[in-house]
Design a protein around this ligand. Structure first.
Ligand SMILES: [Zn+2]
Length: 577
């Protein structure tokens, strides 16, 4: 177990304001700091850092915790890795207790195995004429192949499994790392990637965290691409292919592609700011990751209808993440890779300079869909354009586009501006109503995944929340609570709060939120923070309040007990009849 002293040291050396400032622009608000939440998309800041209690809480999405839980969420690390990360950041040596474990499999081992697999794939590429032919056909230079570490998974069920096993990796590790599966028939490991060109996915720290494999076989039954699914070292929703290279050259602009080959081609042509989502449609997490490194994004998707639909969704996500996004219209080629091979670097540069904003993209299809020669058609077009403009976050942009629409459709600026303002007000009202109903549902305990027992006895659960909240803020009250009120874990109505209280008792006054991460999930830790946040505004958080809540809790348990006896009595009576 990690000692409270180490947690205290880590927290002391990694000031929460300092660490979070690396991700969020914080502004002072009274004694706290606020900013836009890095864990959900929002326009007005509900993410709050409480410097006094060295914790954070988002009133929008409920994420909360201390500096350790923040790093767990922001860097997608488990508890032990978050501690290592912070130790490294502060230059502290973490005592090695041999717990580099993630669900029984060591994270470092998986990374080492991925490196070994990438080396294997790379050397196999040189041995396969079919793979060589494919690489030549795609016009990839050997320098580019080396740069990306592109390799080849042989057309063989055992090649990688045998190799990895020969250098000491176990079946469990190969399965956990999504390189091999275990045959149900004979229990042997077999390769997941076969007869495929392999693209290693490397994170910004330089670790190989996953692979994407493109088939070069002719079998139409085989999927064109296989991508690593989530593993202890990889979350596909939170990583971008080639960000390890792009991060150094994308400060002004990042190019977002659909496929590995698009990215490789673009880098080969000198556009080193290109990335791709790893075998998924763009996610909000990926959009925020891009925002961390860049100001604006150019969406460079396939020219077909599916690509353009995906682009429209990406537009929305990038905008919400705060990136200025534009769209490339790839013409006379099916994707950016083909475009570069056809028209070269200069051709693609010209294409980039002609990229369009989401508004231009939408407005041109609105203009095409309506008959602008009739008043009806113009009114309809104006209404649709107003909807699009209302969805834009930047006021300056809204103004520019409003003027553009008025000019094009021959409308008055003031009228159009009012229409847009009305639509925005309507949307805000709807958003607020949705938020409120979510808050009400939560207060009633419906759909509570962290504490599903809450719904059974909301009153008693509320008393528990208060007890936990106060004790988390003032751990010195933990031993007193046990002694003076006799509160025992069994007195708790909800399983979640009981678990937290048990942990508190085991740590006594050495309790710290930072120690919860060992046994509790990020959402569970957030819940404890929520309890403390709801107590922070109140002046009375002493032993007397705890005692009152214990009283309330015990009473409700008694009532529960009585009603249970009632039930038994009733059942007996029924049985007699
Ligand atoms: Zn949030």
């Amino acid at each position: 177990m990690i000692s409270p002293q180490i947690i205290e040291e880590l927290k002391y050396r990694n000031d929460i304001e300092d660490v979070i400032s690396g991700y969020v622009t914080l502004k002072r608000a009274g004694s706290n700091l606020v900013g836009l939440c890095p864990f959900h998309s929002e326009r007005s800041p509900s993410f709050t850092v409480f410097t006094g209690t060295r914790s954070f809480y988002c009133f929008g999405c409920g994420a909360g915790g201390d500096v350790i839980s923040f790093v767990m969420r922001a860097e997608n690390l488990d508890y032990m890795d978050a501690l290592r990360y912070l130790a490294k950041r502060a230059g502290i040596e973490l005592p090695d207790d041999g717990t580099g474990q993630t669900g029984g499999v060591n994270r470092e081992r998986i990374l080492a195995m991925n490196r070994e697999a990438a080396k294997f794939f790379f050397s196999e590429l040189g041995k396969s004429p079919a793979a060589q032919e494919y690489i030549a056909k795609r016009g990839l230079s050997s320098a580019l192949v080396r740069h990306f570490g592109i390799g080849y998974a042989p057309d063989d069920w055992q090649a990688l499994a045998k190799h990895l096993s020969s250098v000491g990796f176990t079946k469990e590790e190969m399965s956990a790392g999504f390189l091999c599966s275990v045959s149900k028939r004979n229990g042997n490991s077999y390769d997941i990637f076969r007869n495929r060109i392999m693209f290693p996915v490397i994170d910004v720290r330089g670790d190989i965290i996953a692979f994407g494999g493109r088939t070069i076989g002719k079998n139409p039954e085989e999927p064109k691409y296989i991508n690593s699914s989530d593993t202890p070292v990889f979350n596909k929703r939170r990583n971008l292919f080639a960000l390890n290279f792009a991060k150094n050259s994308c400060a002004e602009q990042i190019i977002l592609c659909e496929g590995y080959m698009d990215v490789v081609s673009l880098h080969g042509a000198g556009f080193t700011n290109a990335v791709a989502s790893c075998g998924t449609a763009l996610t909000a997490d990926q959009a925020r990751l891009m925002r961390k490194y860049s100001k604006s994004a150019i969406i460079s998707y396939d020219a077909d209808e599916a690509g353009q639909r995906a682009a429209d969704k990406a537009f929305a996500l990038l905008g919400e993440a705060g990136l200025e996004a534009r769209l490339l219209k790839v013409e006379d080629a099916k994707d950016p890779d083909e475009y570069i091979r056809k028209f070269g670097k200069d051709g693609f540069s010209r294409l980039l300079s002609r990229s369009r904003s989401r508004f231009d993209f939408k407005f041109s299809s609105i203009l095409a869909a309506n008959d602008l020669n009739t008043p009806d058609g113009r009114i309809k077009a104006a209404g649709q354009a107003a909807e699009v403009i209302a969805g834009i976050w930047s006021e300056v942009e809204r103004d520019v586009y409003t003027r553009q629409v008025c000019g094009k459709l021959g409308l008055s600026y003031d009228g159009m501006k009012n229409d847009v303002a009305r639509l925005i007000a309507k949307r805000n009202k709807k958003e607020k109503a949705e938020r409120n109903s979510a808050v009400i549902r939560e207060a009633e305990g419906f759909g509570d995944r962290v504490n599903p027992d809450r719904i059974k006895n909301v009153g008693a659960a509320g008393a528990e929340d208060t007890i936990i909240g106060i004790l988390a803020m003032y751990p010195e009250l933990i031993p007193q609570t046990a002694e003076k009120t006799g509160l025992a874990p069994d007195d708790f109505v909800t399983d979640f709060n009981r678990r937290v209280y048990e942990k508190m008792l085991s740590l006594g006054k050495g309790f710290d939120i930072g120690l919860l991460g060992e046994d509790f999930s990020a959402d569970e830790v957030s819940r404890v923070i929520k309890y403390t946040v709801s107590r922070q505004g109140l002046t009375d958080n002493g032993m007397n309040v705890v005692a009152q809540c214990v009283e309330k809790l015990k009473k409700s348990r008694e009532k529960e007990g009585l009603s249970l006896e009632d039930l038994i009595a009733k059942k007996r009576q029924r049985d007699k009849q």
